[in-house]
Design a protein around this ligand. Structure first.
Ligand code: XBP
Ligand code: MG
Length: 262
């Protein structure tokens, strides 16, 4: 049965990536680096998951002449970026994406466990939750974030960490993601994935997701269906997820029975 929902953060819980981009630019400015990551360049750099890894990739590929000096400076750049990101989230009171708060509340009310599995640094998760939920009332039972996992997405590590923390099997959960690397990570962990395309993953292939939509939808504000399983009224709700998950379980049981009867 369906026992847990596991959410990615950036691009899935909220449209955060442009604030990450702005935060990187603030950190560059503070340190007197005449770098500017515009949206087009950032979309390219986002193929590298993890802010520290993304920065290292930029330095190695775009600033090779100053490699040693900049690599020594990189931890300070990323630390300042994380502070700047937190400030931007609070200043903008960054909201959750459509349907996220509704589905999370439905899951809580039904006793379904809730997890986060994200490449981003833990302070970034805490800041986003702090502007969207009352103090001490975050709905997530487990938050698996950033360097807690040995390998970043598309490796399965962070989703495996969330599953272990929730004490559920991959077959008892559904993952929510916005990016190709995130889908690959969840699938490698054995999870079915529902994809909600985000601003910075507009060009991503969402292969591997059992359903792809523009967002989770709200009553009266239906999402756009992109691929796979469709949702009545353009809204992904808990009842629909439970129906889909039970049908998948019944289908797997029938296939297994057929296999053993041969
Ligand atoms: C998205 C990421 C993160 C953020 C930046 O994570 O790749 O690296 O872009 O955050 P996810 P950090 O989609 O898995 O939530 O600088 O803290 O890495
Ligand atoms: Mg994401």
């Amino acid at each position: 049965m369906l026992r847990a929902l596991i959410f990615d953060v950036d691009g899935t819980l909220a449209e955060t990536e442009d604030l990450h981009r702005q935060a990187f630019n603030r950190a560059f400015g503070e340190l007197g680096l005449a770098w500017h990551w515009d949206a087009a360049l950032y979309a390219e750099l986002l193929t590298v998951m993890g802010g520290k890894e993304r920065l290292a990739h930029y330095i190695a590929t775009r600033r090779p002449a100053e490699l040693a000096a900049l690599q020594a400076l990189a931890p300070e750049i990323h630390a300042r970026k994380t502070v700047a990101y937190g400030d931007l989230v609070v200043e903008s009171r960054l909201p959750l994406r459509p349907g996220v708060a509704r589905l999370v509340a439905e899951a809580r009310a039904a006793g379904i466990r809730l997890g986060v599995a994200t490449t981003t640094s833990r302070p970034n998760v805490d800041r986003l939750l702090s502007v969207n939920f009352p103090p001490g009332a975050t709905p997530f039972d487990v938050i698996a974030a950033g360097d807690a996992a040995e390998r970043k997405k598309p490796a399965p590590d962070i989703f495996l960490l969330a599953l272990a923390g929730l004490d559920v099997a991959a077959t008892e959960a559904v993952a929510f993601e916005d990016s190709a690397a995130g889908i690959a990570s969840a699938r490698a962990a054995g999870l079915p994935v529902l994809a909600t395309r985000s601003r910075y993953t507009d060009s991503h292939r969402l292969d591997g997701a059992f359903s792809a939509v523009s967002d989770l939808g709200e009553p009266g504000h239906p999402h756009r269906h992109l691929a796979g399983v469709e949702w009545p009224g353009g809204v992904v709700d808990l009842a629909g997820l439970i129906r889909w998950h039970e049908a998948l379980r019944d289908q797997s049981a029938a296939l297994q029975a057929m296999g053993t009867s041969r």
